[in-house]
Ligand binder design. Structure first.
Ligand SMILES: Cc1cc2nc3c(=O)[nH]c(=O)nc-3n(C[C@H](O)[C@H](O)[C@H](O)COP(=O)(O)OP(=O)(O)OC[C@H]3O[C@@H](n4cnc5c(N)ncnc54)[C@H](O)[C@@H]3O)c2cc1C
Length: 270
């Protein structure tokens, strides 16, 4: 069957077509979707696309950040306000991939991808979607768990800028500088006085999709970020993790090295 391409004039129209047309998919940067098509995936029958829908905007008002789903990794690295996210965006593919790869597409990226989503999880981001009936905003964790269930268009993500220095990120790769993840870790550790208040820790490639590391968050919450708290966090590092084996690393290896990298990140040595 030939591949169809349909242009849409609005996100609402795209959402209706997505629900009504079997085998239709929204085309964002295409770094994954076009690869699937080129590999002969016949499940993809119609590509939906639209320009000028306003999905490529970055809006920063005070501490509130909104990224349209079509914002590219290259656009994230271009602005000074989002400098803390530069290491995340720059870890995704080479320059050609980053010019096309979008924030929205990253939320659908299969294992071990999804590094930007890991950072967004640590930032406590929400996701806004439009389906054939309504627009909805949910937290990213809920979105990731349900992303395959109902056809919808992601219009953007929103989060609060973290306090200066509170965001940390590390991505472990076999092939430097731009290999796929052995694992990635993002943390936001805001401090009240000298104690951690509102810890958020997220992992990539340690489960089927980007995940919160709640046992680690619990171990850090309300504590001084000292050797004892870091040891407690590291002891809880792999709780709930179910990594997969792939060409980057075995599941066993991922479980072995995660605590080492978490310890370095928390100690500021990553
Ligand atoms: C060489 C190479 C290296 C890569 N390295 C990395 C890496 O290191 N880390 C990483 O995380 N990823 C990596 N990727 C994967 C990919 O580039 C990124 O995850 C990227 O962010 C995907 O975005 P996209 O816009 O290209 O998605 P697309 O390919 O356009 O879409 C992917 C899927 O998401 C759906 N989708 C996209 N946007 C929306 C939306 N707004 N609403 C609803 N559905 C949507 C599409 O329908 C499709 O099913 C790499 C890819 C390549 C080719």
């Amino acid at each position: 069957m030939p591949l169809g391409v349909q242009r849409v004039e609005s996100v609402g129209a795209a959402a209706k077509l997505l629900a009504a047309t079997a085998g239709s998919r929204w085309l964002a940067g295409g770094t994954l979707l076009i690869r699937e098509v080129n590999a002969g995936d016949t499940a993809v029958q119609t590509l939906l696309m639209g320009d000028g829908l306003g999905l490529d905007r970055i809006e920063i008002a005070g501490t509130k950040v909104k990224l349209g789903s079509a914002v590219s990794m290259a656009a994230v690295t271009a602005g000074r306000e989002l400098e803390f996210l530069r290491p995340v965006a720059e870890s995704i593919g080479g320059p050609a991939v980053r010019n096309m790869a979008t924030v929205g597409g990253n939320l659908f990226a299969p294992y071990p991808y999804g590094d930007f989503a890991v950072a967004l999880l640590a930032l406590g981001a929400s996701v806004t979607t439009v389906d054939s009936e309504r627009s909805e905003t949910v937290d990213l964790e809920t979105f990731l768990q349900n992303r395959q269930r109902r056809p919808s268009i992601v219009t953007g993500v929103a989060f609060e800028l973290p306090p200066t220095g509170a965001f940390r990120f590390v991505k472990v790769v076999r092939r430097k500088p731009h290999g796929a993840s052995v694992l990635s870790i993002a943390t936001v550790l805001p401090m009240t006085g000298r104690k951690v208040a509102g810890a958020r820790v997220a992992y990539g490639a340690m489960g089927p999709m980007p995940m919160r590391a709640r046992p680690v968050e619990l171990a850090l919450e309300g504590k001084l970020l000292d050797a004892a708290a870091i040891e407690a966090a590291v002891n809880a590092a792999i709780d709930g993790c179910k990594p997969q084996s792939d060409p980057q690393a075995s599941a066993w290896y991922r479980l072995q090295v995660l605590p080492v990298h978490l310890k370095r990140l928390l100690a500021g040595e990553a």
